[in-house]
Design a binder for this molecule. Structure first.
Ligand SMILES: [Zn+2]
Length: 368
C-alpha cells in the first residue's frame, strides 16, 4: 500500500516535472521569437529562466557592440596614420627628381630601395582596402552584426585588421627612410667623385688662375674650397669650421661648402623643400674665398661685392641657380623659400628682395 502510494506520488511528480520542463522549453523558444508581452503569459518560473537567458544575450550583445565600436575607432586611427604616411611618401616619390639619376654611383642600391618602396606602398594599399571594407560593413550593419554571432565583422576582426594595417604602414615608413637614405648616399658619392675629378683635372686654361672655364675660355664661377690654414676672416675660413653639403653640388658637379651650422640648417630646409617639390634646392654658389671674390670683382665690377665684405666669404650665403622661371621673383619656389627659410635660419635680405635696392632672387643668407 505504502509502496503503491509512493509510486503514485513519484509518477505524478514525474509528470509534473515533464510538464514544467515542457513549459520552460516553450517559454524559451517563445522568448526568441515572440514579443515580451506574449511571454508574460507563461508560467512565472519560466519567465525567471527566460529573463536570465535574455539578460545574458543582452549583456553579450552590449559587449560585442562595445568591442565593435572600439574596433571602428581604432581602425579610423590606423586609417588616418596610413593616409598621412602614404601622403608623405607620395610627396617625395611620385615626381621624377633631380636627385634620382638612373645611372651613376649606387644606382643599384637606389633601384633596390625604390622597388622596396613600391612593394610597401602596395602592401599598405591592400591592408587599408581590407580595413576600410570591414569598417564600412561595421558602420552600416553594426546593429545586425552584434545579434548574429556568425557575422564576419567583430571588434576582434577589426582590431586584427587594424594591426595589420599599422604594420604595413610601419613597413612603408621604413622603406621610405631607406629610399631617402639611398638617394642621400648616392648624392654624397656623386659629390665625392666630382671633388676627386676636380682635384685630378687637367691643366686649367691660361689666365683662369686654376678656375674652370667654358669652351670659350670664360671662367665658370664655382664655390671655393676652404683651405686648411684659413685665419677665419672673410674669405679665409679654415676647413675645420666648414662643412661639405652632402646632398648637392652646383650644376658643374662641384662640391658646396658652408659654415657648419649654416650647412646643417640648410640641410633641414632642403628636407622640407624636397618634401614640397620632390627635388633638392638647386645650388649655384655657396662659400667664396677672398681670392675668388677679388677675381669676381675684377670680372663684374660694381655687380660684385667688395672683397672682404661678401656674406659668401663668411660661409653663410647661398645662391640658388639663376633660373628665372624656376627660382625667380614670383615663382612658387622663390615664394616657398622666402616663407619657409626663416624657420631654418635662412632668409632673403631686404636689399635683394624684388623691391630692394639690389634685387637678386638667387641670394639667401643664414642669420638664425
Ligand atoms: Zn649671393
Amino acid at each position: 500500500m505504502l509502496a503503491s502510494r509512493a509510486r503514485l506520488i513519484a509518477g505524478v511528480g514525474a509528470a509534473l516535472a515533464i510538464v514544467a520542463i515542457g513549459v520552460a522549453v516553450f517559454a524559451l523558444q517563445s522568448a526568441r521569437t515572440s514579443p515580451v508581452g506574449d511571454v508574460a503569459l507563461v508560467a512565472p518560473e519560466a519567465v525567471v529562466v527566460l529573463d536570465s537567458e535574455r539578460g545574458l544575450v543582452a549583456a553579450g550583445a552590449r559587449l560585442d557592440a562595445a568591442a565593435l565600436a572600439h574596433g571602428v575607432r581604432q581602425a579610423r586611427v590606423h586609417l588616418q596614420a596610413a593616409a598621412a604616411t602614404a601622403d608623405a611618401v607620395a610627396q617625395t616619390a611620385t615626381q621624377p627628381s633631380a636627385d634620382q639619376p638612373s645611372d651613376g654611383p649606387d644606382a643599384d642600391a637606389v633601384d633596390a630601395a625604390g622597388a622596396q618602396l613600391t612593394a610597401s606602398v602596395a602592401g599598405l594599399d591592400t591592408a587599408v582596402a581590407r580595413l576600410e571594407g570591414l569598417v564600412a560593413v561595421a558602420v552600416s550593419g553594426g546593429a545586425a552584426i552584434v545579434r548574429d554571432a556568425t557575422a564576419a565583422v567583430s571588434g576582434a576582426a577589426l582590431i586584427t585588421a587594424g594591426m595589420e594595417a599599422e604594420s604595413a604602414r610601419a613597413a612603408l615608413e621604413a622603406a621610405h627612410r631607406g629610399w631617402l637614405a639611398a638617394l642621400d648616399a648616392q648624392a654624397a658619392e656623386q659629390a665625392r667623385l666630382a671633388e676627386e675629378a676636380r682635384a685630378s683635372a687637367a691643366d686649367p686654361a691660361p689666365g683662369a688662375d686654376g678656375r674652370p672655364t667654358d669652351s670659350a675660355g670664360d671662367i665658370l664661377w664655382v664655390t671655393s674650397v676652404p683651405t686648411a690654414e684659413g685665419d677665419g676672416s672673410n674669405g679665409h675660413l679654415p676647413m675645420s669650421v666648414m662643412c661639405h653639403i652632402p646632398w648637392g653640388t652646383d650644376q658643374l658637379g662641384y662640391a658646396q661648402y658652408l659654415r657648419c651650422d649654416a650647412a646643417d640648417a640648410l640641410t633641414g630646409l632642403n628636407d622640407a623643400f624636397r618634401a614640397a617639390f620632390g627635388e633638392s634646392i638647386a645650388m649655384d654658389l655657396t662659400y667664396r674665398s677672398y681670392a675668388d671674390q677679388v677675381a669676381m670683382k675684377a670680372a663684374f665690377g660694381a655687380l660684385a661685392a667688395r672683397p672682404g665684405t661678401s656674406s659668401h666669404g663668411l660661409g653663410t650665403a647661398l645662391d640658388v641657380q639663376e633660373w628665372p622661371d624656376v627660382y625667380g621673383f614670383g615663382t612658387e619656389r622663390y615664394a616657398w623659400l622666402v616663407e619657409n627659410g626663416p624657420a631654418h635660419g635662412w632668409h632673403a635680405p631686404a636689399r635683394v628682395r624684388e623691391d630692394g635696392p639690389h634685387p637678386e632672387y638667387w641670394h639667401f643668407e643664414y642669420a638664425p
